[in-house]
Ligand binder design. Structure first.
Ligand SMILES: *[C@@H]1O[C@H](CO)[C@@H](O)[C@H](O)[C@H]1NC(C)=O
Ligand SMILES: *[C@@H]1O[C@H](CO)[C@@H](O)[C@H](O)[C@H]1NC(C)=O
Ligand SMILES: *[C@@H]1O[C@H](CO)[C@@H](O)[C@H](O)[C@H]1NC(C)=O
Ligand SMILES: *[C@@H]1O[C@H](CO)[C@@H](O)[C@H](O)[C@H]1NC(C)=O
Ligand SMILES: *[C@@H]1O[C@H](CO)[C@@H](O)[C@H](O)[C@H]1NC(C)=O
Length: 805
């Protein structure tokens, strides 16, 4: 379905291009002189001297409203960077813009009503309007003095050399493809910090920088009151509060724009010369669900794995075509004062709207508190420390995230029967549950909406043109990707562009790796080399040993893997598939793999070990929870867990095992993959391969992490005490626990730590480790529940050293 819309989008590009360029009789001006005017019908535009920007009347084809706007001449969709009459469109017939005798630029509608004008006055000797190469429309006199400039009145876009200052703000568009003001704002707050706020009539809340941290933790300052931010010509975005961000394609000569997009994220977009498409080269918020308000009231933002909105159970969409309108209860609110039930939504939080906050509270007491207040719609219970209670008067900014340790309990009348959406049942998401619209995807090319419904008219109108479009635009794709069909490939192309994931050519990688000189490691699937890309990014390039797949299959897998983005997974930047070469380009991770840090003389401290266990679990849970393409790693082992500069784990080599079929669990992976010692018995027993094989391997890794020695060696060497096979180890632990010897934990944890560890955390980890390596896979926990258990003891600080007690 999405593909369909995308194709239509392509068609749209085509039409826009056609309608804007075919006007053979269109005129372009360098100046609009005082006393002159242009009307929509004139087909006259003001262009910048280098022709990179155009200013004039802009209409969405097929719809009547029209804007006086500035756009990028060379972008495929004529991306608009400024509109004069954003919220007051004019008629696309008979409207006119003119510079009157008094030196004011005025936009009049067909009925003569003034929809917009500049604040210039008759005492200013304005001579003409001119569009500068920067995209700034200025009114100036003959000596070049500027009286008015569009740069002072930004809409949602900041161009290089334009500044965002104290009294200006960028305001997002309400919807993709429309210009009317939305609710997301980028501005300097009273604390001098450049912030983003969701600001709608009912509520407002700041979501960037991260509201859970203070200014300094967010890397900002509040002492500099100059309040100025700008994007420079090389792609660096700076602000007086010390924010510094670089576009990933840093350098001169690239057209860029910074915008607060309709999904509330702040991004730098760079124009690709050859295609006229935009590439996202920086974005402020990596987790789209953290933008407040994206799913409206009573909505919840979930990752499945692309972010999407769902309604809180018991609620339904106000407007099926528009998430901003949120959800409404399916029951009468008055019923909430009659007997109620609570529905638990695990790992779900709603930001703000707390009637009460009670730290160190029991779940039962929290429930009572909510029951006792008719305003209470739900309560959130965080399982941190002794448990924290938040009683909610409204359900806003809902987010379901594996990182959230706790649940929200929704108050629902007894008479209302609801079931939890499948997303709340851990990895048992059914892949067909795509009824909810994918919303906040960074491209959102396919997020069509009310306003654009009119475009559909044009599609049918141009049905014949569709055929031409197919021939001219998509033919190439068709040839390359017969198997997957055209639209899917086109879509994939977009995804890659937007997520910075791209295809490299072989020469490029050969050069980056200095002809594959520096070897980082060897694995079963290939050799990894260090390299430096042209943009100075340091990368690890993996050269796959045997060409194990055809082009089609390889592409298909890469597009999936390329979309995977999680802090605990090694990021893939791209790939190369040329003739017989298959290479994968990954981010370079500084601190080598985990095995080098536990089985060696240099070893990790307890805190880091715990963080590795937790981070690895998060990474795996992310892979397993994917709905569209359920990824089983199949080769979890310390060698595949890399540590970054802060010793946070990043799982490598995922997505190489054949992705499991979409029919979900029970599918077959024909070729055995994995490493002796970490492989679940499922493989040997010829059972269907499910995510539980990763759980098993994770268990072995956790136990090794605790013990500090390799347990995965099945080959027992009697003479070497360190090599205890896993089974014996498990049995020993169980005996010890049963014997009730309270010091059992100490005898198991790595002696090299000399007792410097948290007993509670160690006991929890050992418990998890053992349950993960259960022979019977149904007894193994899911990665999501492992995370829950770990989060509950995450902030444990007790570090006993028995010698010193
Ligand atoms: C017009 O607005 C700009 C920006 O707010 C301001 O700098 C300028 O002084 C105003 N001009 C007049 C004549 O009010
Ligand atoms: C405040 O920020 C501005 C703009 O970034 C900078 O020029 C100025 O030096 C800063 N002032 C202080 C006191 O740091
Ligand atoms: C951006 O680039 C500049 C210059 O290359 C560098 O000094 C700075 O550290 C970079 N900033 C970030 C956030 O990467
Ligand atoms: C893109 O085109 C502009 C002007 O046409 C040119 O100056 C610039 O170097 C080109 N950039 C790239 C990356 O090719
Ligand atoms: C919660 O309990 C812990 C210890 O049980 C205590 O240290 C902390 O101060 C309590 N927090 C509050 C806000 O009462």
């Amino acid at each position: 379905m999405r593909c369909q819309t995308l194709k239509l989008y392509y068609l749209l590009f085509f039409i826009i291009t056609l309608s804007l360029s075919h006007s053979a009789n269109s005129k372009s001006l360098l100046h609009l002189r005082r006393g002159a005017s242009i009307s929509v019908e004139d087909n006259t535009f003001i262009t910048s001297p280098d022709n990179s920007f155009t200013c004039g009347f802009y209409a969405i084809p097929g719809s009547n409203p029209c804007w006086f706007a500035i756009w990028f001449t060379n972008s495929k969709d004529k991306t608009v960077v400024w509109t004069a009459n954003r919220d007051r469109p004019v008629n696309s017939q008979g409207s006119r813009v003119s510079i009157g005798g008094d030196g004011t630029m005025v936009l009049t509608d067909v009925d003569g009503s003034i929809k917009w004008q500049t604040n210039t006055t008759s005492t200013d000797d304005v001579a003409a309007a001119e569009l500068l190469n920067s995209g700034n429309l200025v009114l100036k006199n003959t000596r070049g003095h500027i009286f008015w400039q569009s740069f002072d009145f930004p809409t949602d876009t900041l161009l290089p050399s334009q500044t965002l200052t104290k009294n200006k703000r960028l305001v997002s568009s309400l919807r993709k493809g429309s210009f009317e003001s939305g609710y997301f704002n980028l501005y300097f707050g009273n604390d001098n910090v450049l912030s983003s706020i969701f600001d709608c009539p009912e509520t407002s809340s700041i979501y960037w920088p991260n509201p859970n941290y203070d200014i300094y933790k967010n890397g900002r300052t509040n002492y500099n009151s100059s309040r100025i931010a700008f994007l420079d010509d090389v792609g660096m975005f700076r602000s007086s509060d010390k924010l510094k961000a670089n576009a990933s394609d840093k350098g001169f000569g690239i057209k860029r724009r910074l915008a607060i997009d309709h999904d509330g994220n702040i991004r730098i977009h760079s124009l690709i010369n050859s295609t006229g498409l935009w590439m996202i080269t920086w974005q402020a918020i990596s987790q789209p669900c953290e933008v407040h308000g994206v799913c409206g009231t009573n909505g919840i933002c979930v990752y499945a794995p692309t972010p999407k909105c769902i309604c809180t159970p018991g609620y339904e969409m106000n407007d099926p075509s528009d998430w901003i309108a949120g959800c409404k209860p399916t029951f009468k609110e008055a019923l909430l004062s009659s007997p109620v039930n609570f529905l638990e939504l695990s790992q779900t939080d709603y930001f703000g709207f707390d009637l009460y906050f009670r730290p160190n509270f029991t779940l039962e007491a929290c429930r009572e508190l909510c029951l006792g207040d008719t305003r209470c719609k739900a309560f959130t219970y965080r399982t941190w420390g002794n448990g924290h209670c938040y009683v909610k008067s409204a359900l806003f900014n809902g987010i379901m995230s594996l990182d959230f340790p706790g649940s929200t309990y929704i108050k629902l009348p007894r008479s209302v029967q609801v079931s939890k959406p499948s997303i709340f049942h851990g990895s048992s998401i059914t892949c067909d549950s795509r009824e909810a619209e994918i919303l906040v995807d960074s491209l959102s090319m396919y997020h069509f909406n009310r306003r654009t419904v009119r475009w559909v008219y044009i599609y049918s109108f141009c049905g014949a043109l569709g055929a031409i479009e197919l021939i001219f635009v998509v033919l190439g794709w068709w040839f390359l990707f017969k198997k997957h069909g055209v639209p899917a490939s086109v879509e994939a192309g977009y995804c890659m562009i937007s997520s910075q994931f791209r295809r490299f050519n072989y020469g490029e990688l050969k050069k980056a790796t200095n002809n594959f000189r520096e070897e980082l490691g060897r694995g079963s699937s290939g050799i990894v080399y260090k390299g430096v890309l042209a943009d100075d990014r340091v990368v690890a390039v993996k050269r796959l040993g045997d060409v194990f797949q055809g082009q089609d299959e390889f592409w298909a897998e890469m597009t999936t893997v390329g979309k995977i983005n999680h802090i605990n997974l090694v990021r893939m930047w791209g790939f190369c598939s040329e003739r017989r070469h298959r290479l994968l380009v990954y981010e370079y991770v500084d601190n080598m793999s985990l095995d080098k840090h536990i089985f060696n003389s240099s070893f990790l401290g307890w805190k880091q070990r715990f963080a590795v266990a937790l981070g690895t679990a998060k990474g795996l849970a992310y892979l397993h929870n994917e709905c569209l393409e359920w990824v089983i790693h199949c080769d979890v082992k310390p060698e595949n867990i890399l540590l970054d500069i802060e010793f946070q784990p990043k799982i490598a080599d995922f997505g190489l095992a054949k992705l499991s079929q979409r029919d979900g669990p029970g599918s077959k992976i024909s070729k055995i993959r994995g490493t002796q010692g970490y492989m679940a018995p499922d493989w040997a027993l010829n059972l269907p391969i499910t995510a539980k094989v990763d759980v098993y391997s994770y268990g072995v890794v956790v136990l090794e992490l605790i013990k500090g020695i390799k347990l995965s060696n099945w080959a027992v060497d009697d003479t070497d005490d360190d090599e205890i096979p896993l089974k014996t180890f498990g049995m020993t632990v169980k005996e010890k626990v049963q014997c009730g010897n309270s010091s059992w934990v100490d005898s198991i944890v790595d002696q090299r730590l000399e007792g410097r560890f948290s007993r509670n955390q160690a006991a929890t980890l050992i418990g998890i480790g053992l349950s993960c390596v259960e022979e019977n896979r149904t007894k193994r926990p899911t990665m999501a529940s492992v995370i829950q258990t770990l989060l509950e003891c995450e902030d444990e600080t007790e570090m006993q050293n028995p010698d010193k007690l």
